[in-house]
Design a protein around this ligand. Structure first.
Ligand code: MN
Ligand code: MN
Length: 458
């Protein structure tokens, strides 16, 4: 079952591998936050004939088979659907990915000055290795919401000769004590402070002249005052672009591939889905990296709200029992990345049950940790049905678990929908250096993920 599939693949399909990888890299370089992904996905959906569900509701329109709709939740979370030929209540097919990634968020009172240097304080978001975030170029993306109801968009550190930001580290010559610390304590959370300026404001009467000068620049550029940071969502992300990796250009390196690789490929898959039998749904959610909680995370009731509106507009019963039955008759691919086997860190994996580069999309029957605790454990019969689907459609796949027993483990949105009664399995792209500022994937596996989602919708 396990084999490197690059060479056994046909030339025609190889071309598709590279075309998809090129578009995927451009997407990764462009969209680094959940808001940017949502904006991008709206544009893509509209250009493929999708309509805003909220507009249809306002106009009192109905849905019929073949109709395509999208639903935006607070600019950070988007659901898409193609209405099937069968009643929605008979069950739907859903692929769900997340569009938030590990990063550093600004604290609500971020700005300070120390010894003629100005900084922004951060609180990290999701599981990061803190030492990976120092001495790399960083960009600021996000919004500042003003009291007058308008939003100021910020995206600095990306284009042309844009300025960038950095978190400093101690030089080795002076780091004897730091180097004796455990890796997890070498860089502390409260030291992840972003360096943002060093020129003082020309006024002898004020203290903190560098900080004042920064506020003057921000006021001129964005029209904001210091208090406006209170109502901002500013995210610090790596400033570099996505690239091909290797002499053979077989891999993609870039920030945020967990889980934008599955978000991108599942979106491409639904955009190409026309007139399915069962209604096809793509969920692109926020907050997975911090537990899927909150009104833009998978745990919120926004999905049921969306489903209820689909049923209502399709002239179907919206009774709670019908909804529950509909959920129980549905099936899902939880599209999230898998930690790929890394020969340099071989001891962390169990080789017979790891996923490997170039061997296709990875299935995880279960996640969880320490005795499968917290896992969605997919039913054998459901796994068998997917084996048949993928084999019949030449989708290369592998099945694995995340790391050794009692060493590895993790979670995705799978259990949340499984709790609602759906058949769910994790199905996504293996990634090296997962959760780092520069993750690596195999172009072949990216392509196979797309293909898996596509045949699942069809
Ligand atoms: Mn993920
Ligand atoms: Mn993750």
């Amino acid at each position: 079952m396990r084999e490197n599939s690059w060479l056994s693949y046909t030339e025609e399909d190889d071309k598709n591998v590279e075309v998809l990888a090129q578009e995927y890299k451009e997407f990764l370089s462009k969209c680094k936050t959940e808001r940017e992904c949502t904006q991008y996905f709206i544009k893509e959906a509209e250009s493929h004939g999708y309509q805003d569900l909220n507009k249809l509701i306002a106009q009192g329109n109905r849905l019929k088979a073949g109709d395509k709709v999208y639903f935006i939740n607070r600019d950070k979370n988007i659901f898409l659907a193609v209405i099937g030929a069968n009643p929605i209540a008979d069950g739907f097919s859903v692929v769900g990915a997340h569009i938030d990634s590990p990063r550093l968020d600004l604290k609500p009172n971020p700005l300070y000055e120390d010894t003629s240097l100005a900084y922004l304080k951060t609180h990290y978001y999701g599981g990061i290795k803190k030492y990976q975030w120092v001495t790399i170029p960083l960009a600021i993306h996000g919004v500042i919401a003003l009291k007058d109801g308008t939003n100021v968009e910020v995206r600095i550190g990306e284009e042309g000769d844009d300025t960038t930001f950095v978190i400093t580290d101690l030089l080795p010559h002076m780091a004897r004590k730091q180097m004796e610390k455990k890796l997890s304590e070498g860089i502390e959370g409260e030291d992840l402070n972003l360096l943002i300026g060093s020129i003082p404001f020309d006024d002898d009467k004020v203290n903190e002249k560098v900080k004042l000068n920064i506020m003057k620049i921000l006021n001129e550029k964005y029209g904001i005052i210091e208090k406006d940071f209170i109502s901002a969502e500013l995210e610090i992300v790596p400033a570099f672009k996505a690239n091909s990796i290797g002499f053979d250009r077989s891999m993609v390196g870039g920030y945020g591939q967990d889980d934008r690789v599955c978000a991108y490929t599942s979106l491409q898959a639904i955009l190409e889905t026309e007139k399915p039998e069962k209604t096809a749904i793509c969920l692109l959610v926020d907050k997975e990296e911090i537990g899927s909680i909150g009104n833009t995370g998978m745990e919120s009731r926004m999905f049921e709200t969306f489903l209820g509106e689909l049923l209502r507009l399709h002239k179907e019963d919206t009774d709670i029992n019908v909804m529950n039955r509909c959920l129980a008759l549905s099936r899902m691919l939880s599209a999230d990345v898998d930690g790929a086997y890394d020969p340099i860190y071989a001891s962390a994996s169990e080789k017979r049950n790891a996923s490997f580069f170039g061997m296709g999309v990875g299935l995880n029957k279960y996640t969880g940790a320490r005795g499968k605790s917290g896992a969605n454990d997919a039913n054998a019969e459901y796994v068998a049905s997917l084996r048949k689907l993928f084999d019949d459609n030449k989708v290369r796949f592998q099945i694995s678990e995340l790391g050794k027993v009692d060493e590895g483990g993790g979670g995705t949105i799978a259990y949340i929908l499984a709790n609602k009664g759906l058949n769910v399995i994790d199905c996504g792209t293996p990634v090296l250096s997962m959760h780092s500022p520069y993750e690596v994937s195999s172009k072949f596996d990216v392509y196979m993920s797309y293909k898996a989602y596509k045949v699942f919708f069809e």
